[in-house]
Ligand binder design. Structure first.
Ligand code: CP
Length: 313
């Protein structure tokens, strides 16, 4: 099977078959990454540029690693070190990069829709590495991959996503992907952090944090995205931590097999207590590990790669 798409801009609109194809390919690449030499020649001759207009540790490094593990050539550019600082437009920057024959553009940008703007104007495949508060599809895929790895499937799974939903591209991508795969999604957080009308996406809103997490199979904790806020959304960090922080007392009441997830970066002591982030329920570092295999799968399938009998060929 092939993925009949040039770009990956979001999980919204992806079919169940497409998401399962991506997850299946990621499973194969996870096996590749366990080999003594964790590298395949699949994308030899292809070139990727990673264009990051916002800070990143996990996404940027794992895209770079994914490209190297697939034997693609890659270069990374950050906004501060690029001619963006001299006033060059995004489109001009990317057109110039394409003039050097790029096959993939991985872009993180503070403006929602920036990857979509590029995708319709250039021949290279565009991969959204996070655009404003809109989507972060590879994060959504690696989160879903991590849940599927632990539970086998997503149908009927109850996933509580808690915290700053309003500014979270991770929440949106997870909502689209999880709903498509049959999971139930419950959102909780301060009312100012819950987008009005979000129930239309097929999710439940439970304002009482303890009720939202009591039957959950997965609790996904989100950071407060201060960089996207222009007002006061809650009285103080201390009060936030008391009301919405996943602390040891709350974690002790979770269902036996309940997983604790966080896309990172973590603000320890605010949305999650260090002992919970590092505790036995936490799969936070597994999420990071899985990010490389998932990003390999995305690049491979967008380049026209096939999955046959669950294996990449
Ligand atoms: N989860 C995530 O996007 O982390 P980074 O901002 O470090 O890439």
């Amino acid at each position: 099977m092939k993925l009949a798409r040039k770009d990956l801009l979001g999980l919204e609109g992806l079919s169940r078959e497409e998401i399962e194809l991506l997850l299946g390919a990621a499973e194969s690449f996870k096996d590749v990454l366990k080999r003594k030499i964790p590298k395949v020649p699949t994308l030899r001759g292809k070139t990727a540029v990673n264009l990051f207009f916002e800070a990143s540790t996990r996404t940027r490094v794992s895209f770079e690693l994914a490209e190297k593990r697939l034997s693609a050539d890659s270069v990374s550019v950050s906004a501060k070190m690029s001619s963006h600082e001299k006033g060059e437009t995004l489109l001009d920057t990317v057109r110039n990069l394409q003039a050097m024959k790029m096959d993939f553009v991985v872009i993180r940008h503070g403006s929602s829709g920036a990857p979509h703007f590029l995708a319709s104007r250039i021949d290279a495949s565009v991969i959204n590495a996070g655009d404003g508060a809109h989507e972060h599809p590879t994060q959504g895929l690696l989160d879903i991959f991590t849940m599927r790895e632990r539970f086998g499937g997503l149908d009927g799974l109850r996933v509580a996503i808690v915290g700053d939903i309003l500014h979270s591209r991770v929440a949106r991508s997870n909502i689209f992907g999880l709903r498509t795969l049959g999971a139930k999604v419950v959102l909780s957080g301060p009312p100012t952090f819950i987008p009005p009308g979000v129930e239309e996406l097929g999710v439940q809103v439970e304002p009482v944090f303890d009720r939202a997490i009591e039957d959950a199979d997965v609790v996904m904790v989100l950071r407060i995205q201060k960089e996207r806020q222009d007002g006061n959304f809650f009285p103080s960090l201390r009060e936030y931590a008391i009301q919405y922080g996943l602390n040891r007392a709350r974690a002790a009441k979770l269902k036996d097999r309940c997983l604790v997830m966080h896309p990172g970066p973590i603000n320890r002591g605010v949305e999650i207590e260090p002992q919970v982030a590092d505790g036995p329920r936490s799969v936070i570092l597994d999420q990071v590990t899985n990010g490389v295999a998932v990003r390999m799968a995305v690049i491979y399938l967008l380049s026209g790669g096939e999955v046959e009998h669950g294996l990449v060929s």
